[in-house]
Write a protein that binds this ligand. Structure first.
Ligand code: GLU
Length: 463
């Protein structure tokens, strides 16, 4: 694919701080960052906070925090400044007002005095006549004389709107089907449909990379850019929607996987989530599945992005996360596990790491695997033959070095001599030490506990 001249590429995301940080925001940010880094361009973060009622500063913080956690760093933004500041749309309202006034003066927009009820009646009439609704242009043709409150409406010029989509190719929309739409609401605030192209143009955005749900907005926004005699972005890219496993659109309310912070809380590695998000909607054309960010910068291209929606797949994410965990340097893994295990010191975590690597899908899994180290589990009630196996094990490990390897040797010998399976031999020991049926491999389960504590837990069950 042709890569535009370096340094001229400017891309942006424009998330709205109206709820928790969304998985889709991370995915869109990733594709923007990859493209920006490939072309040595600039990635800007613009906060789309024109929805006065639903914005919250704490949601804006969550956007910074979650993108920062993923390492998707922006070059310009509200917290960072930049040549096109301010980057918060609520601080740019004067600009939108000026542009709306210009469009009014040029006859490219007009004041609309219609009330919500009047518009609703028009809409119902269209529905009744079974024709698609378009504003009647009543206020353009015959504006009422006695009203003062108005919105600013764009006078859609009609004709064809064409643009290049880096994923879908040449797009053509028939603007004759688009009714005149609102640019500024009667409260003096812009609509998304107006603020977004004004800013894309004013901030010299060269490529607009965003979710597919915005594909139908693009002709609206290009007409505004044209009306303001701005230069259009070079191209757009509308990324496939992320869908839930059952094919439904990911919803903030119904699908926990849409909440970006959840991945951090459960201990998905940012590297693994980036890796997964890249493959969700794009494929490299080779069997490779594990990619570092730098590798993605090298191989990502929009021509391998799929058109259809991309279904979220926990199994695949878990596999990728497990691969990243297993490949991680032990000391680094200790550092990542640290916040999940406040009750353990680094040396203990380090000793557990080789065993954890074989069992952990995500960092939070370490907690139920290790909590027997800082709690005292209830002793189990066991059958007499299970108690006999504990007694045999007790005798066999009494004098061995308190390390996984010699413990492993001693215990497998006990199992092999007992005539029952290793699993059956180790289960009562596991239960006595941890209170659970699932634990780390038995040698590590023992070795991680101080010897006296382990022996005491066995003794109190086996007597
Ligand atoms: N605030 C919009 C969103 O989050 C921005 C869309 C755009 O990129 O233009 O979906």
């Amino acid at each position: 694919m042709e890569v535009p001249e370096a340094a001229n590429v400017r891309v942006r995301i424009a998330p709205s701080p109206t709820g928790f940080a969304h998985l889709g925001t991370a995915s869109t940010a990733l594709y923007n960052v990859l493209f920006a880094r490939q072309s040595r361009g600039t990635f800007a973060l613009r906060i789309d906070d024109t929805d006065q009622e639903r914005n919250r500063p704490e949601y804006e913080q969550l956007i910074y925090e979650s993108l920062g956690w993923l390492g998707l760093n922006w070059d310009e933004g509200p917290d960072r400044g930049g040549p096109y500041a301010p980057y918060r749309q609520s601080e740019r309202v004067d600009l939108y007002r000026q542009y709306a006034a210009k469009l009014l003066a040029d006859g490219k927009a007009y004041k609309c005095f219609c009330t919500a009820e009047e518009l609703e009646a028009e809409r119902r009439q269209a529905q009744f006549e079974k024709r698609p609704y378009k504003y009647s242009r009543r206020c353009l043709i015959d504006p009422p004389k006695d009203r003062t409150e108005f919105a600013v409406r764009f006078k859609v010029p009609g004709g064809e709107v064409k643009f290049k989509d880096m994923i879908r190719g040449e797009m053509v929309f028939d603007a004759d089907l688009i009714g005149d739409f609102i640019l500024m609401k009667s409260d003096g605030f812009p609509t998304y449909q107006f603020a977004s192209p004004v800013d894309d143009a004013a901030m010299k955005i060269s490529h607009v990379i965003r979710g597919e749900e915005h594909l139908s907005n693009t002709p609206y926004q290009l007409m505004i850019i044209d009306a303001l005699a701005y230069e259009r972005p070079v191209a757009y890219a509308h990324m496939p929607l992320i869908l839930a496993k059952d094919g439904a659109k990911l919803s903030k309310r119904k699908h926990p996987e849409s909440n970006l912070m959840l991945y951090r809380e459960q201990g998905y590695l940012p590297e693994a989530l980036i890796n997964y998000l890249a493959l969700l909607g794009w494929n490299p054309g080779t069997p490779q599945e594990i990619f570092t960010f730098d590798e993605l910068v090298k191989v990502f291209s929009f021509d391998r992005v799929q058109h259809a929606g991309a279904r979220f797949d926990w199994e695949k994410l878990n596999w990728i996360n497990g691969e990243w965990i297993r490949a991680m340097d032990d000391a680094e893994l200790v550092r990542r596990l640290r916040p999940f295990l406040p009750d353990l010191d680094d040396a203990t975590i380090m000793r557990a790491v080789p065993a954890l690597k074989t069992r952990m899908v995500k960092l939070a899994d370490a907690v139920p695997l290790l909590d027997y180290l800082w709690t005292d589990p209830e002793p189990p009630v066991l059958e007499p033959d299970a108690i006999d196996r504990i007694k045999a094990a007790f005798a066999a490990i009494q004098d061995v070095r308190w390390e996984p390897e010699p413990l492993h040797e001693a215990l497998t010998r006990v199992a092999d001599e007992s005539g029952v399976s290793r699993n059956k031999t180790f289960m009562p020991i596991r239960l006595s030490l941890t209170g659970k049926k699932i634990s780390l491999p038995i040698d590590y389960t023992l070795a991680l506990l101080p010897k006296d504590v382990a022996m005491q837990r066995l003794r109190r069950v086996a007597g």
